[in-house]
Design a protein around this ligand. Sequence first.
Ligand code: C5P
Length: 219
Amino acid sequence: MKKIAIAIDGPAAAGKSTIAKLAAQHLNYIYIDTGAMYRTLTFKAIQENVDLSDDQKILEILKKLDITLTPDFEVFANNENVTDNIRSNEVTNNVSKVASIPEVRDEMVKRQQELAVNRGVVMDGRDIGTRVIPDAEIKIFLVASVEERAQRRHEENIKKGIESDLEKLKAEIKNRDKMDSERTSSPLKKADDAIEIDTTSLSIEEVLQKILTIVEQEV
Ligand code: C5P
């Protein structure tokens, strides 16, 4: 069976990583969480007390930063395991600023393209179908209402024992969507040839099945 590239884009908390991981496991493909790469850089910049509006300084950190995504979904910054650190509220609320720097995007896109060169990859993010792998055999654009996305994140937080405020989550998700959609360098946008799936009233299993059906028709 031929190995293909599957690009999954969409707004914050639309379920991209959950679905992408499951699809990758099912197909025996690698999964690349590009959001984790931007989060890792943001975490390092915060850790090094860098002014997040200093684009040059952030770029310098990236040049020295080796980001590794392991097959069991752990994330390493050089040799430091940052899997949990990159999910903090502080990182979540600052990552869109860091990800809006064009030179940062150029470098990240280059690294992501290298990871996709052999196909057999499910990659999720905001610009995978439009910029990172514009020739991906399958492009999915996952959407869901803001209310549903905030509710899912809220339940996830409660399950993990993290303090959570639903209204605050809604505002943060809206803010991140706005920044990601309005930036000049490769904004969040559905590729013309992407298939849009609204997951608002679908279960994880239903979304996965839809995607696997699309894949079966392609390979
Ligand atoms: O996917 P996740 O929500 O973890 O992504 C975190 C942030 O990283 C996004 O809100 C966006 O600002 C940035 N990002 C991006 N391009 C990608 C993936 C993520 O700009 N391909």
